[in-house]
Design a protein around this ligand. Sequence first.
Ligand SMILES: Nc1ncnc2c1ncn2[C@@H]1O[C@H](COP(=O)(O)OP(=O)(O)O)[C@@H](O)[C@H]1O
Ligand SMILES: [Mg+2]
Length: 252
Amino acid sequence: MVLQTKDVVQRFGGLTAVNQVTMQIEDGQIVGLIGPNGAGKTTFFNVITGVNTPDEGSVHFLGEEITGTPAHEIVAKGIARTFQNIRLFKNMTAQENVIAGMHTASEANLLDAVFRTRRHREETRACEQRADELLSLVGLYDFRYELAARLPYGHQRRLEIARALAGGPKLLLLDEPAAGMNEQETAGLLEFIRKLRGMGCTILLIEHDMKLVMGICENIYVLDHGELIAQGPPEEIQNNPRVIEAYLGKEG
Ligand SMILES: Nc1ncnc2c1ncn2[C@@H]1O[C@H](COP(=O)(O)OP(=O)(O)O)[C@@H](O)[C@H]1O
Ligand SMILES: [Mg+2]
């Protein structure tokens, strides 16, 4: 078991944004988290990643309880995420953004950095090589020296994923990676996530694009008003009357 949440509750004043959500993610699974706007999906990510401490319930990662652990410690334990709103260093190159996602050099290396020793140069080169590998993986190798701000939107989204992967996470959380992408970019993303699955990555994916979710997730959780209203394989979720109602009720 990679991730296990139990009866997680997150309140904001009088609002219960996440209400007793229990979830299990096994090694190598791609799990979907869907639900109408305001359902509590991002808040649930914030609980898992230590941005919020839940009011009730627990989170276990690889068998260890991480409820309420600070965000930077959770990253170091191996949970990486992307954000619903892109958060890149806009004035850094694609390659520099990916390097920023790697675990930072220890203080012991500070002197090396100051005096630009050979060891430091070699380490820098290794980081760049690793970054270029990740950029190839997401199809951005040719853009490695381009400033993040100058990349097309879909590329920026993929750069975020490359940066999240840079720390070698055991669990990757993607918050609406296809948001704002055109059809072609979304298709590219689908293919890319499939590639990640082939590499054995474990992923929890928040996504509105049903085609994407249904095409890639083996298990889907559905939130509505903070509550889990359904869970199961895509075929089951697609035909679940409560799920259909939750969506039609909001958009119809
Ligand atoms: N920090 C916060 N303070 C107060 N209310 C919040 C906060 N974060 C989210 N909410 C509220 O919690 C609910 C769930 O939000 P969110 O998790 O962003 O939903 P989703 O990602 O499913 O669209 C919404 O009603 C939102 O307004
Ligand atoms: Mg959200």
